[in-house]
Design a protein around this ligand. Structure first.
Ligand code: 5GP
Length: 355
């Protein structure tokens, strides 16, 4: 399946800190170990473990955040993650991250996001387009582009389920202020066993009323009431959808809400017991809009090409069908129409290879 790597791809569900390179994480952990902030040998095992329950994944995120949350590191990780996606022929990336406040190092949610933007601006190996094409602030690196990879990047600000209504609202207001630097929407994520839907609803409604796009982590654990409430909110996309019941599928399908499918993540965290019973098959057969995504390519040791290969092997997709599936992701993006058109042209020019 060597044809999957060069195929243009769209990534819509990628968490910044979950997509950190193993090598970078280990390097940063080693430095903190040398400073006596952490015991390196303890964290080395946690980082290198491959099989993790959902609960262990969130423990790992707490560790990752301890290691990565300073401005310089956020900038570095952003640069590396976008480069890694571009080198994999991802042509459009919606990257999500939770703006964090850390008073002890003078970090506010805004300065955290400025560090992310600095990371986007600092990329020189590939062409990055992250501000709306109509914006006067034009992208850096928009040189002749011949032979260089180009990636469109848009940002989603995540609300962590541990946050209060006020804190969630602060994130939404920040997103509104940062629309001119490529922020297009809001994600709700974090440990699904923590927090109540009603805590986040006012901020999410405010976001929606102000034309931000919304995607929700939905149905990662069995919580029928929350799943129904989330679907009634009519988000623009949902991620995971692992513990849906018949009535949830009916609602999802009648509202045509696209689903971000993260195969390895669902299997590794045992949210789905085996790939052959994954809901991808049913949704694909029903021609329901869906997009294959990585979730956290660092944490789950995967790549987007790998996720496509897994789908091809597990569900018997052919080359042409896989290409059509990848291209159909354009409609599920939160990008401006002009970008969608450009993406259509990119896929069209690649299509002779995939018929
Ligand atoms: P960050 O927002 O710090 O860039 O990325 C890591 C954060 O994304 C985690 O702390 C968590 O809140 C969220 N996240 C990453 N992967 C998952 C997942 O599989 N499920 C949920 N619910 N949240 C996740």
């Amino acid at each position: 399946m060597e044809w999957i790597h060069p195929m243009p791809k769209i990534e819509l569900h990628a968490h910044l800190n979950g997509s950190i390179r193993d090598t970078t994480l280990l390097e940063l952990a080693r430095v903190l170990g040398e400073k006596g902030v952490i015991v390196f040998s303890d964290v080395e095992d946690v980082i290198q473990k491959n099989d993790r329950s959902l609960d262990e994944v969130f423990k790992l995120f707490d560790l990752i955040h301890m290691i990565t949350t300073d401005h310089q590191t956020v900038t570095r990780i952003t640069r590396e993650v976008v480069q890694d996606f571009a080198l994999e022929n991802v042509v459009y990336l919606e990257l999500r991250t939770t703006p964090k406040r850390n008073d002890s190092i003078g970090m506010s949610k805004r300065s955290y996001m400025e560090a992310v933007i600095k990371g986007l601006r600092s990329i020189s190996e590939v062409d990055v387009e992250f501000v709306a094409a109509t914006d006067s602030e034009k992208l850096h690196n928009s040189c002749d582009g011949v032979g260089r990879k180009k990636i469109y990047v848009r940002l989603l600000l995540s609300i962590d389920r541990r946050e209060t209504t006020e804190s969630a609202m602060e994130t939404v207001k920040l997103a509104l202020e940062m629309r001119n630097v490529g922020v297009v929407g809001i994600d709700l994520s974090g440990n699904p066993l923590v927090g109540e839907w009603n805590t986040f609803l006012p901020a999410l409604q405010f976001a929606k009323d102000n034309d931000l796009y919304i995607t929700l982590h939905c149905g990662e654990v069995p919580n029928p009431k929350e799943i129904q409430a989330m679907l009634d909110f009519k988000p623009h996309r949902v991620g995971h959808a692992c513990f849906f019941k018949d009535q949830d599928w009916e609602k999802l399908k009648s509202f045509r809400i696209p689903v971000e499918i993260c195969l390895s993540s669902n299997i590794i965290t045992k949210s789905i017991s085996s790939i052959d019973i994954h809901h991808f098959a049913d949704l694909y057969k029903a021609k329901h809009p869906l997009v294959i995504c990585t979730d956290d390519f660092g944490v789950f040791s995967t790549t987007l090409s790998n996720e496509y290969s897994l789908a091809v092997r597990s569900f018997g997709l052919g080359k042409r069908e896989t290409f059509a599936l990848a291209k159909s992701g354009i409609d599920a993006t939160f990008a401006e129409d002009e970008v969608k058109q450009q993406l259509g042209l990119i896929f069209d020019s690649a299509s002779p290879e995939y018929v």
